[in-house]
Design a protein around this ligand. Structure first.
Ligand code: FAD
Ligand code: NAI
Length: 463
């Protein structure tokens, strides 16, 4: 049998794959990474986290100027939207960061095998017209948009998140199908620059998976911002004619149908793992019913030498989860102990205010036993109030007996940054008292976390 070409071959160069490849190379393993896209960085850098945040950040400035928030602080401006330039800075951000990964591959001597990869056997993979043999293969092929049966995505009028990042003009009316993370983030972008946004959500509330108080409050805030919600509603069809889309919707539980006309429709009802075209069967592997590749705690699949990480395996589809799994899998391959604590993976929705959470929701925590809950409103936080950012709250959920923090949920302008502290506290097994007695700088939004922790035992100062 021929020698191995590589110690490690990673399939997919998203945040899971590129991080795994770099870490494996850093640990002295001869590493290659197969990627079929023209640029590295996967969904996240090319059409996900990065371009969406570039538009969220820019549109937030626009709204602050156009919507009167800047005027409230004594800065009067009449902004003019230059959408082409806004897209330009989005493309620059993507180019800079994807190029950065290419630089890191060269620096760490990771070989980029360009092309689509598919298994020939348990240790052999065809990438484009090259066939390579690797001692370890990491499947990090990520995910793509879940289609809605009967709705054809043309990426012009009926768009996925990828098309919604590239709309050439502001739609008069954007209908978002799915009140999840993508729908709310990209819906916010286009609303801020002038679109009327209607969000059609199948369930009775937006943001499934988040704490119920957060879901309700977020819904109120988005409504106040002008988003119209049709909750408990399903889309049964979309027809495009003469540059307009006509959606047929009806109550999820059944009832009379109605029609909504839109200039653009965003289909954002979730993402599904990329396993098609990998010829998993040739490696002796099989995806589960949801199309995911199952692994053990160390990211080993059922076939020796084949590992899997990121969106393609069960768990939240988040870049930081994929990255941490990338580091852990490389360390496990190298014979070290790579671990990811899946109980403490923060989630952030990058709207304004931001929405974030880590650990158990109150409902989940109650399934395990008695809990104590402390809440603190951002309105009572001096920095948020001074910055004209009164919306939201912080909620700390602790075990009633041990006081150990089980979950933290929040809505605040900088919740995405604040949640890291909660995650770290939980990783260290903190009690609510540990957070309450940690000195927090004043005036910061983070003091709201301290006060919510104080509220767990009923003694916040500022409410
Ligand atoms: P991916 O990033 O999907 O990368 C997989 C790569 O594998 C792709 O480049 C693909 O081309 C390649 N590939 C697939 N099959 C093959 C093959 N057979 N051969 C060769 N190459 C192959 N997450 C966050 O945490 N924060 C955010 O703010 C955030 N924002 C998002 C915004 C949007 C609009 C979207 C769509 C997603 C967002 N996500 C966000 C989710 C995040 O992008 C994913 O969780 C993350 O990219 C998953 O990383 P991954 O490495 O598992 O897969
Ligand atoms: P999602 O799972 O967050 O939300 C999908 C929503 O669509 C749900 O509320 C669901 O109930 C609803 N839905 C499903 N079928 C429907 C139907 N037929 N009609 C109406 N509503 C329907 O999925 P989304 O927003 O597409 O995002 C995909 C993934 O990308 C998420 O898992 C998320 O983790 C990741 N992501 C993360 C971001 C972040 O971390 N900030 C940003 C964007 C995406």
């Amino acid at each position: 049998m021929a020698e191995y070409d590589f110690d490690v071959l990673v399939i997919g160069a998203g945040p899971g794959g590129y991080v795994a490849a770099i870490r494996a190379a850093q640990l002295g393993l001869k590493t290659a990474c197969a990627e079929s896209r023209d640029t590295l960085g996967g969904t996240c850098l090319n059409v996900g986290c990065i371009p969406s945040k570039a538009l969220l950040h820019a549109s937030e400035y626009y709204e602050a100027a156009a919507g009167g928030a800047m005027a409230k602080m004594g800065i009067k401006v009449t902004p003019e939207l230059d959408l082409e330039a806004m897209h330009g800075q989005r493309k620059d951000a993507v180019k800079g960061l994807t190029g950065g990964i290419e630089f890191l591959f060269k620096k760490n001597k990771v070989e980029w095998l360009k092309g689509h990869a598919s298994f020939e056997s348990g240790d052999t993979v065809k990438v484009g017209d090259r066939t390579v043999r690797a001692k370890n293969i990491v499947i990090a092929t990520g995910s793509s948009v879940t289609p809605l049966p009967g709705v054809e995505i043309d990426e012009k009028i009926v768009v996925s998140s990828t098309g919604a990042l590239e709309l050439e003009k502001v739609p008069q009316h954007l209908v978002v199908i799915g009140g999840g993370v993508i729908g709310l983030e990209l819906g916010s972008v286009w609303r801020r620059v002038g679109a009327k946004v209607t969000c059609v959500e199948f369930l009775d509330q937006i943001l499934p998976g988040f704490d119920d108080d957060v879901r309700k409050e977020a819904n109120k805030i988005f409504k106040k911002q002008g988003v119209e919600f049709k909750l408990g509603t399903k889309v049964t069809g979309v027809k495009v004619d003469g540059g307009k889309a006509r959606l047929t919707v009806e109550p999820a539980k059944g009832g009379a149908a109605e029609t909504i006309e839109a200039d653009a429709v965003l289909v954002s009802i979730g993402r599904r793992p990329n396993t098609e075209g990998l010829a998993l069967d040739k490696a002796g592997l099989q995806a589960n019913q949801r199309g995911q590749i199952e692994t053990d705690h160390d990211f080993r699949t059922s076939v020796k030498g084949i590992w899997a990480i990121g969106d393609v395996i069960p768990g939240p589809m988040l870049a930081h989860k994929a990255e941490d799994e990338g580091i852990a899998v490389a360390e496990n391959i190298a014979g070290l102990t790579g671990i990811v604590n899946h109980d403490v993976i923060p989630s952030v929705v990058y709207t304004m205010p931001e929405i974030a959470g880590v650990g158990l929701t109150e409902a989940q925590a109650k399934e395990h036993g008695e809990v104590k809950v402390g809440k603190f409103p951002m309105l009572a936080n001096s920095r948020a109030k001074t910055n004209h950012e009164p919306d939201g709250f912080v909620k700390v959920i602790a075990d009633a007996k041990t006081d150990r923090v089980l979950g933290v949920w929040m809505i605040a302008s900088v919740a995405g940054t604040m949640i890291a502290q909660a995650a770290q506290a939980m990783e260290f097994g903190a009690t609510s008292e540990d957070i309450a007695y940690t000195c927090h700088a004043h005036p910061t939004h983070s003091e709201a976390l301290k006060e919510a922790a104080m509220a767990v035992t009923g003694k916040p100062i500022h409410i």
